[in-house]
Design a protein around this ligand. Structure first.
Ligand code: ACO
Length: 380
């Protein structure tokens, strides 16, 4: 008979502090900070490369450090030939998140620092991964479309280059700025499910590629990063703002989970929503597609009234990506192209201060009972 007393238990680890971090703080009252810098200010003033540097280091870079960091990322973008061949071998209907996860895993043995978990080696791997995740997404997508990957443009920022590599056009400056802001919003979010998966993997002293492979697999799920693909299906189905309330009431009556709503930490609003909503409004005017934001707003008002649940960033990210002419199946990979910075920063922090992450479970199975199996003494 177990002598263990029943410990405290929180399903889904809700509210549980599972570790310390200096990288990011999610304020349940709709706030978000990267190493003490407010996301609202960063979204307005910073570049994604600057934010990625900040997440990986203690503070913002100097101009020289930022230039060197951006140059290093640009130089690390090309994929090994064998990885491109592997992407070509994948079935044409492979989801881009599965291509990405497999690609990250295959990149591991090409990295000379793979099994060195020292701080400096991890920073070098992080730069390679931040660069190559975007390339895996863009090259994988073009291959799936039956087209050849485009050569890299090291003169372009990560956000601009992702646009260019997908369709061959260098976007206007306002689009690049918009994409940079979206990347900044998605770059980190403390112990979200994918980052936690990365940290659990890293805590066994497995390498950064193993940790990021775990993170990619975790991000794909519709309760996490996959929500921004699912939200777009919902908005496409609703079509006009006057149908939004009825659609929502019907879905709630069926007890359906509505993508782009709810959050484990934010209960008074997602800090990123006002910025993403404004991007959606601005973009709608620029491209003549102003129908999406009013649909989202109507859904928000109905959900608030009926269930007191707030929208999360994925509700507005979905139409923003559509208006930027990305196909919905790239919504989650684009999230990953930004979140890779946060994943890597957390792996660096985990390895720098490691303790194996190994919680307990609460046993709810049968009490001890005598063996009644059919194979006594190992008989076959
Ligand atoms: N639609 C309908 N009801 C919901 C939703 C939703 N999106 N989210 C929560 N609820 C309901 C729950 O059913 C529950 O109702 P009940 O008390 O009657 O059973 C109540 O609100 C409380 O919700 P929890 O399940 O406790 O919320 P939890 O913290 O476990 O889950 C989660 C958070 C997974 C994000 C959830 O809100 C959800 O599934 N949302 C939809 C998926 C989504 O948008 N994910 C993106 C998250 S943000 C990101 O990853 C960038």
């Amino acid at each position: 008979m177990s002598t263990e007393t029943k410990p405290a238990y929180s399903p889904g680890l809700a509210g549980v502090i599972a570790g310390e971090t200096e990288i990011c703080w999610v304020d349940p009252n709709a706030g978000l900070m990267y190493r003490g810098y407010d996301i609202h200010e960063m979204a307005e003033k910073a570049s994604f490369e600057e934010v990625a540097y900040l997440l990986l280091h203690d503070d913002l870079p100097t101009i020289e450090q930022r230039q060197e960091f951006s140059r290093a990322i640009a130089a690390e973008r090309p994929l090994p030939r064998q990885v491109l061949e592997m992407l070509r071998l994948m079935p044409k209907n492979t989801h881009p998140m599965d291509m990405l996860r497999t690609g990250v895993s295959m990149l591991a043995p090409f990295d000379p620092d793979l099994n060195d978990n020292s701080h400096q080696a991890n920073i070098r791997k992080a730069i390679r991964l931040i660069a190559k995740v975007s390339t895996l997404i863009a090259d994988g997508y073009r291959i799936q479309q039956g087209e050849n990957p485009l050569p890299e443009r090291p003169d372009l920022t990560l956000a601009a280059n992702l646009f260019y590599k997908l369709n061959g056009d260098v976007p206007q400056a306002w689009k690049i700025r918009m994409m940079d802001t979206i990347f900044i919003l998605y770059a980190d979010h403390e112990f979200n499910a994918s980052t936690f998966a990365a940290r659990v993997t890293a805590s066994t002293l497995a390498d950064m590629y193993a940790a990021v492979t775990s993170a990619c697999g975790t991000l794909k799920g519709p309760l996490h990063g996959g929500a921004n693909e699912e939200s777009m299906k919902m908005l496409d189905d609703i079509k006009t703002a006057d149908r939004a309330e009825g659609w929502m009431m019907d879905a709630l009556a069926r007890k359906a989970k509505i993508m782009g709503f709810g959050h484990r930490v934010y209960k008074k609003g997602d800090s990123r929503v006002p910025i993403m909503r404004e991007i959606g409004r601005d973009l709608g005017k620029r491209v003549g597609k102003e129908q999406w934001v009013p649909i989202c707003e109507k859904l928000e008002a109905t959900m608030e009234r009926e269930k007191q649940l707030c929208a999360n960033v994925d509700l507005y990210a979905a139409p923003v990506f559509t208006m930027l002419e990305f196909p919905p199946e790239l919504n989650t990979p684009i999230f990953a192209a930004s979140r890779i910075a946060g994943w890597c920063a957390h792996v660096v922090e985990q390895h720098d201060h490691n303790r194996l992450i190994r919680p307990r479970s609460l046993y709810t199975g049968p009490a001890a009972r005598p063996y009644k199996g059919v194979s006594p003494n190992g008989a076959k």
